[in-house]
Structure formats: C-alpha cells, structure tokens
Design a binder for this molecule. Structure first.
Ligand SMILES: C[S@@+](CC[C@H](N)C(=O)[O-])C[C@H]1O[C@@H](n2cnc3c(N)ncnc32)[C@H](O)[C@@H]1O
Length: 277
C-alpha cells in the first residue's frame, strides 16, 4: 500500500479516537517515520517496510493516547525558527508569536537593545527576538534546569547568541544590568490551577510549573521588572484571556504607564504591554 493511502487510513483512525486535526498528525508522523518531506511522501509508490509500518503504528497509538504531536515530531515551528522540543519542557504555542510581535514593536527605534526573556522554556521568545533583531543583546532565564538546557541547545543549533541562565525571574542576571534593560518580555505560567482537571491531555503533557500560575506571580514580575528596566523601557507579557484586564490593572498599580492589551490571532486578549515612566 502506498504511504499516501496509509496516511489516509491513519487519519481516519485518529479521527475515530477524537484527535483534533487528524490529517495533520497522520501526515506529519508519516513524514517523520519515512524521514521525507511532504512531496516525497506523496510521490512514493513503494509500500512501507515492516519497521516503518511498526514505527508508524506506534506513533499513531501514542498520538491517540494524548502525546502531543510536537513531542512525537521532536520539533515545533515558531516565527521563522524550528525549535527542538521534548517532554519536560513547555511546547511553544502559536499565540505566543503575537507576544514576539508586540516585543519587536516596542523595540522599534532602540538600537542595540538589551532584552530579557523571563520564563523562557525552550527559548522560543528569546531566540525569535535574537533572530529578528540581530542587534539585540538577549538574556533569558527559567527556573527549570531542563528548560535552560533545551533553550541553550536550541540557541547553539540555531547559531543565535542568547545568554540563558537558571533561576527565579531576574535572580540569575548580573546586577550590573539593573536599571539598564530596554525590554522585558515574558510568557509566565498563567492558567488557574482549578482548570487542571479540564485540560486536554496535550496540554497536561506540559510540566505543571509551566502551566499554573496567576496574578501573584505576575505582580512580583511587574515589581521586579520596574527595577530592571531603564526609564522608558518596555514590558510585554502574555496572559490568560480572562485575566487580561486584571493584568493590565496590576501593571498600572506597579507604576507602568502606556498600558495596552493586544489580541491574539483568535481575537482573544492575550498580551499586555506597557512602559516604565
Ligand atoms: C508557559 S511556559 C513559557 C515558555 C516559553 N516562554 C514559551 O512561550 O514557549 C512558562 C515557563 O516559566 C518557567 N517558570 C515558572 N516559574 C518561574 C519563575 N519563578 N522564574 C523563572 N521561570 C519560571 C517554567 O519553567 C516554564 O518554562
């Protein structure tokens, strides 16, 4: 049977098991198993070897039981980059590309900006900024050692200079940078923990410390950011759509001005931006 036909059947199998966008997973997993691109997959007449068929069947089973497609593929596209991803570190989401867009807007007119990405995970935001603003000096932190290791690995593979450090928010950064930063960007954990039981398995595959948080962490982040930004420096944070108004209010309470809320591609309030007076 041609691989294209196996993909069609695989897609039906995933659909029957309630997997979202089954055709996307079925096709991507076949490309991974055969190590070919889309065109080569559909051009191939030769059927699957026994080993390929076994590998494809195993991948479909894992997908059915909630393993995220990105964990099975080992990579995720983000802005202009393809990042390595793996279990134990948050998988970057498409909506976070909007956070990068806001960050780049806030950097317009600043040459050689100093940027800090807090809660960097795989390094997605820091690396995208380093890629799209090659004059930026980017530092990133994460409390998870696994995330720091992956972000460093991504930086090295992509040839992007990002200084990644392990620790709580700004704690691992050089004290000399206090009051000197042009932009602080962050996608902190922000889901209410009460939602945990209702989350789909793909989301629950992310580490809990990457998912659950709230206004308390956001407030601490704002207070510390105020001390690390230069006067006129900017802040951009991703937040839960239901909390955007409260997050914007917390930014004002922390002393920020020019506070605004930006929607993601689904029209949901997703990013809060602001400036230090
Ligand atoms: C939602 S993930 C975002 C990852 C990445 N920025 C992205 O957008 O794909 C949140 C990240 O924050 C990290 N984190 C949680 N609490 C932290 C803290 N107090 N200081 C630094 N990082 C923290 C988690 O380990 C996780 O990697």
């Amino acid at each position: 049977m041609r691989p294209a036909e196996v993909v069609r059947r695989g897609s039906g199998y995933l659909e029957r098991h309630g997997v979202e966008a089954p055709e996307v997973s079925a096709e991507a997993l076949m490309m991974r198993v055969l190590a070919v691109d889309r065109a080569a997959l559909y051009a191939r007449d030769r059927g699957l070897s026994a080993a390929e068929a076994r590998a494809y069947g195993r991948a479909l089973c894992l997908r059915c039981t909630g393993t995220p497609l990105q964990h099975l593929m080992g990579e995720q596209g983000f802005r202009r980059l393809v990042l390595t991803v793996r279990p134990g570190v948050f998988v970057p989401r498409p909506e976070t590309e909007v956070l990068v867009g806001v960050a780049l807007e806030l950097l317009e007119g600043t040459e050689g900006p100093r940027v800090v990405d807090l809660c960097t995970g795989s390094g997605a935001v820091a690396l995208a900024i380093a890629d799209e603003r090659p004059d930026a000096r980017v530092m990133a932190t994460d409390i998870s050692e696994a995330a720091v290791a992956l972000a460093r690995e991504n930086a090295e593979r992509l040839g992007l200079a990002v200084d990644v450090r392990a620790g709580d928010l700004f704690e691992p950064l050089p004290a000399a940078c206090r009051g000197e930063i042009d932009l602080v960007v962050a996608n902190p954990p922000y889901l209410p923990v009460e939602l945990a039981a209702d989350l789909p398995p793909e989301v629950r595959a992310d580490p809990p410390e990457a998912l659950f948080g709230g206004l308390e962490l956001m407030r601490r982040l704002f207070t510390e950011t105020m001390a690390w930004l230069r006067p006129g420096g900017a802040l951009a944070v991703e937040c839960d759509e239901r909390a955007a108004a409260a997050v914007a209010a917390a930014a004002r309470e922390a002393g920020f001005h020019e506070v605004f809320v930006r929607r993601d591609l689904n029209g949901r309030d997703r990013v809060v931006g602001a400036r230090r007076p």
